[in-house]
Design a protein around this ligand. Structure first.
Ligand code: ADP
Length: 312
């Protein structure tokens, strides 16, 4: 896999003495969608601002596009930054807004109109190209913001929480646009507070907190490694102490909790361990009336790593 970004020993302490990043090391691979997660204050914005060349680090080294010879200007031309704050002009049309950014990025005059059309098309705003941004919904403004950031066909696009507080239709549009951009060859770094978005679109996930990386792995691998399940088994009558004791002594049972007198919640090694538990209950004449399963998801992994919910 080709590195599009190589980050080595990155540290940043703000003037007030707050250490925001402490020796970060990670790579971004060409063509991937990398999810960047962390609770508030984790250091995500600081990292993103440094990668975007908006903020200087105190220590460390970033190599962009596998090429140490690139000038800062060349790097900026290959980068697309979608900031959280909207950077559009309300009184200008969608077309004029995107065209303004195209000229800022130095897009060739002969190609400019075509590129603006393409960018508007990618975010699904082609039909509204001649309407003023002030007439757009919040979600449409965010899509316009994205069009402005991608009009110069950047190779690496950094999204800073692009779906905060928008309607579901625009959210789906944005997630689809990101997948399309990757399909066309772009590499994506995506920060969000929404786990379900990461599970839907990311290939790899970095979870950080307190300025350090806690986890950096392939999403499927993370989910596989944390695939333990929890089962809530409800029975028709009160479960006796004796039966509970027997279940608890099974090797496959990691923990057990009685949530009411006829429902027991179990953490088991893997899905096949449930069979052993059920056998034991049936052997002891327990009448099972329901089994509910809770499969660990990324939110559970995040909680166990950071001790926090992502939206805390
Ligand atoms: P996140 O984006 O994950 O919420 P940030 O990168 O914004 O985290 O912040 C990381 C840490 O750096 C926090 O403790 C925050 O208070 C601190 N911080 C962020 N920006 C500044 C700043 N401009 N001056 C001083 N401290 C800052």
């Amino acid at each position: 896999m080709e590195d599009i970004l190589t980050v080595k020993e990155l540290s940043k302490t703000y003037r007030n003495g707050r250490k925001a990043l402490d020796n970060l090391n990670f790579n971004v691979y060409k063509g991937e969608i990398l999810g960047f997660l962390g609770p508030n204050g984790a250091g995500k914005s600081t990292t993103i601002n440094i990668l975007s060349t908006l903020l200087k680090c105190d220590q460390g080294d970033i190599q962009y596009f596998n090429n140490s010879e690139l000038t800062l200007k060349e790097v900026k031309q290959k980068l697309g930054i979608v900031p959280q704050e909207l950077a559009i002009y309300e009184d200008d049309t969608a077309f004029q807004n995107v065209k303004f950014f195209a000229s800022l990025y130095g897009v060739n005059k002969n190609e400019i109109d075509k590129k603006v059309e393409d960018a508007l098309d990618k975010v699904g705003l082609q039909e509204r190209r001649d309407d003023k941004a002030s007439t757009f919904s919040g979600g449409m403004k965010r899509r316009l913001n994205i069009a402005c950031a991608i009009v110069h066909n950047p190779e690496l696009i950094i999204f800073d929480e692009p779906t905060v507080g928008i309607d579901p239709q625009s959210r789906n549009h944005i997630l689809q646009s990101i997948q399309n951009l990757r399909q066309e060859g772009a590499t994506i770094i995506y920060t969000t507070h929404y786990m379900e978005e990461v599970q839907a679109i990311c290939d790899r996930v970095i979870i950080m907190d307190g300025g350090v990386i806690l986890l950096n792995d392939n999403l499927n691998k993370i989910l596989e490694d944390n695939s333990a399940s929890q089962y809530a088994i409800t029975t028709s009558l009160k479960i006796s102490e004796e039966v509970l004791q027997k279940v608890n002594e099974l090797e496959e049972v990691k923990s057990l909790e009685l949530t009411d007198e006829s429902t027991v919640v179990l953490d088991v090694e893997d899905n096949s361990s449930l069979n052993r538990v059920l056998e034991m209950l049936i052997e002891n004449n327990v009448n099972i009336i329901s089994i509910a399963v809770h499969q660990n998801n990324l939110e559970d992994v995040f909680l166990s790593l950071t001790g926090k919910k992502l939206r805390d």
